[in-house]
Design a protein. Structure first.
Length: 276
């Protein structure tokens, strides 16, 4: 029986096994998908043994290993090379090959938002992107690919972004100057549960729904009820849940040979689990 894992530092509460088990049942596929939690200090020692496991067809890689996994792979494809991070690896005759499907997940999450929340992102002029980890890199690739123009990236460690092309790089404490002008504000750092934003982020005056300009807000966190998203119009805010679901579609397709449908029943199931 083919099996796959999601690998990360804190993945015990990952929704990925629920997603895959839902599709196994829906398409009558015999497969396994489980989580494996690994500490950062053990990662390089444990990964080689996992890759040797019998019947392993692939892995999902999450925080904080999306860059660290690359050296353990036979190769990475053009998407992983451009983004600089891997979230999906598949077994081939030559060895394990890495790709990135997070950018697909982000694109599809925007389409879902526009379809079901009836609020389209009409302007692709000004984007504020907070953070520059693995998920943020994939989102940035997607933004550039789909025609977003003035993208400003804000990060705690400015040295990691100062040489990026096609964007404006900023220190995180400069962000207040740009919020009011943005068409889309994207958060990829964990500021959701600390209302005074003391986790190394600035104290930001988030945009309330006032006047004529109300930007869309995206939080990479799976829960749509976050401190960050609370400051956006309900029709103009969306969370990382759909990014998680849609990035899994090409992974499932690669490993089990069926391209699964993302239906409202699955979304409702996951939202229910998040609210428990």
């Amino acid at each position: 029986m083919k099996k796959a894992y999601v690998i990360g530092k804190n993945v015990r509460k990952s929704l990925s096994p629920t997603i895959f088990n839902y599709w196994f049942k829906k398409y009558n596929i015999e497969g396994e998908y489980e989580f494996k939690e690994i500490s950062e200090s053990d990662f390089n020692n444990i990964i080689p043994s996992i890759l040797k496991e019998k019947d392993l067809c692939g892995l999902n890689i999450t925080i904080p290993f999306k860059e660290k996994i690359i050296k353990h792979l036979h190769s990475i494809d053009k998407y992983a090379k451009k983004i600089g991070a891997v979230n999906c690896i598949s077994k081939t005759k030559e060895g394990f090959v890495g790709t990135n499907t997070d950018w697909i997940g982000f694109e599809e999450s925007i389409r879902w938002q526009e379809k079901y929340n009836t609020s389209k992102i009409t302007s692709k002029e000004k984007v504020v992107l907070i953070g520059y980890g693995g998920a943020s890199k994939a989102i940035l690739y997607s933004l550039l690919k789909t025609g977003f123009k003035k993208i400003r990236v804000f990060n705690r460690d400015f040295s990691k972004i100062k040489d990026l092309k096609n964007i404006s790089a900023h220190k995180l404490n400069e962000i207040e100057n740009y919020f009011s002008k943005a068409d889309l504000v994207i958060n990829t750092i964990p500021i959701n549960y600390n209302k005074d934003l003391n986790l190394g982020a600035p104290k930001i005056n988030f945009i309330e729904e006032k006047g004529t300009h109300t930007p869309h807000g995206f939080d990479a966190c799976y829960n749509k009820n976050t401190f960050f998203l609370d400051h956006f119009n309900k029709r103009k805010r969306f969370c990382g849940l759909h990014m998680l679901i849609h990035q899994a579609v090409p992974c499932f397709h690669k490993w089990y040979g069926v391209k699964p449908e993302v239906d409202t029943k699955l979304v409702t199931l996951l939202e229910t689990l998040l609210n428990q």
